[in-house]
Design a protein around this ligand. Structure first.
Ligand SMILES: NC(=O)c1ccc[n+]([C@@H]2O[C@H](COP(=O)([O-])OP(=O)(O)OC[C@H]3O[C@@H](n4cnc5c(N)ncnc54)[C@H](OP(=O)(O)O)[C@@H]3O)[C@@H](O)[C@H]2O)c1
Length: 394
């Protein structure tokens, strides 16, 4: 039986619902929602709407004013203890004389963590762990990047029921339904970078922009990244259109022609070098790590069969897979399947995976998969709050 009441769970559910409104707006910050409650009445609720804006806790405290004294605060992340672009939330909570703080998961960020301890030291009651799994999942990009420096990597692909991602002539637009593609744009809107291989760039000529349905405002477009080992992509592709705004990052082998690298830089794009693996492909872990170092917390791979095989089997970098299966058959010996590459020689070498969800997006089946070895919540992040034992007397 849960140690929390249905009402307490409901308040945290509401905090999580509010936090979700920050999807695509708050990076590099986490998505946070807060609900302030006193004697069973909601005094204020709010969410963090982006860098430099009030944190959710500060926003509800400002709205409630002096009424916040003696209230309970529900927030999906441990209140921060640091002076960033805004003041520390723990100070505001203590000053407002909030009686109790319920938070779902600890802040893993080295600079912002430690808020719960400060609150306890100041006499504020603290309760950790309410809806911890949901809260962890909501901010998994932020948690992975803050604890490892490596972005959370999502792979999204669409196939026919017989597993083909294109016809034998390379036609893939559109296999998935409008509903699935809208969901794809929703994912794009929430990530920091989108990565594709050179064949997809040539065949599909995508813009790689996020155009989420119903969303008028975008905080910023994700960074466009394309793998082009020998720098042979033509500059008339949409990816290089200056009207899109911002540079495209082109990843190449160190031995790619210097003149091509210089030309890309002259056009305002970014050239990233990555070593070649024995297969001749570029090292994806190098690419992903470099993106992490430049502040990307999440990367969406929209692969052809070749890149999908690299990212899932050759050099596994993927944390979450979205597969859309459209109600059609394409067939064709030469039509690419979900994964290309040489494949595995024996079943016991298969990369196992956990199916997290099977649902529908319009007429398509939507399968969400976590490959084994992907980033997962640590038990520590999800366990209930345990005060540290007092330090032994010297
Ligand atoms: N249904 C869908 O969801 C979907 C999504 C995307 C694309 N597609 C379709 O997929 C087809 C293209 O797929 P594809 O398999 O031919 O190519 P791809 O995966 O788009 O690109 C593969 C190429 O990228 C370069 N590359 C560099 N590093 C790599 C790495 N680590 N792993 C893999 N590739 C790397 C290589 O270029 P070099 O050859 O220069 O070495 C490689 O040949 C198109 O028909 C497109 O329409 C379908």
């Amino acid at each position: 039986m849960s140690k929390w009441t249905a009402k307490q769970t409901g308040y945290m559910k509401e905090a999580l619902r509010l936090a979700r409104q920050g999807w695509g707006l708050v990076s590099p910050n986490p998505m946070v929602g807060a609900v302030l409650v006193k004697r069973g009445r909601v005094l204020a609720k709010n969410w963090h709407s982006g860098p430099g804006q009030l944190h959710a806790e500060a926003a509800v405290l400002a709205e409630a004013g002096r009424k916040a004294a003696g209230a309970e605060l529900y927030v999906n992340l441990e209140p921060c203890a640091h002076h960033g672009r805004t003041g520390p939330c723990v100070e505001a909570i203590i000053e407002a004389k909030v009686a109790k703080v319920f938070y779902s998961v600890p802040d893993p960020h080295a600079v912002a963590a430690g808020g719960a301890r400060l609150l306890e030291d100041a006499g504020v009651e603290v309760d950790r762990g309410l809806l911890a799994d949901e809260a962890w999942e909501l901010n998994q990009f932020f948690f992975k990047w803050a604890t490892t420096g490596v972005p959370f990597v999502i792979l999204k692909t669409a196939a026919s029921l017989d597993g083909k991602i294109a016809t034998s002539s390379g036609d893939s637009r559109w296999i998935s339904s409008k509903a699935a593609r809208n969901f794809g744009h929703h994912i794009r809107a929430g990530v920091d970078a989108i990565l594709i291989g050179r064949n997809t760039a040539c065949k599909d000529d995508p813009e790689l922009s996020a155009r989420p349905w119903g969303r008028r405002k975008m905080h910023r477009q994700p960074r466009r990244v394309v793998l082009d080992p020998a720098l042979k992509l033509p500059f008339d592709l949409k990816l290089f259109d200056p009207a899109l705004g911002g540079p495209t990052t082109v990843v190449c082998a160190p031995e790619a022609p210097t003149a091509a690298k210089e030309e890309l830089r002259r056009l305002g794009h970014v050239v990233m070098e990555a070593p070649k693996l024995p297969s001749g492909f570029l090292s994806l872990s190098t690419v992903v790590n470099e993106l992490g170092q430049s502040g990307c917390q999440s990367v969406l791979i929209e692969p052809g069969a070749t890149l999908a095989s690299s990212a899932l089997l050759e050099e596994p970098v993927v944390d979450l897979v979205h597969i859309f299966l459209a109600p059609m058959f394409l067939g064709g010996r030469d039509a690419p399947g979900l994964l290309g590459g040489p494949g595995l020689a024996a079943l016991n070498l298969a990369r196992a995976a956990e199916i997290l969800k099977i649902g529908r997006k319009g007429p398509d089946v939507h399968i969400m998969v976590r490959p084994n070895g992907a980033f997962k919540p640590s038990d520590d992040a999800r366990s209930p709050w345990q005060p540290e034992p007092p330090a032994a007397a010297q």
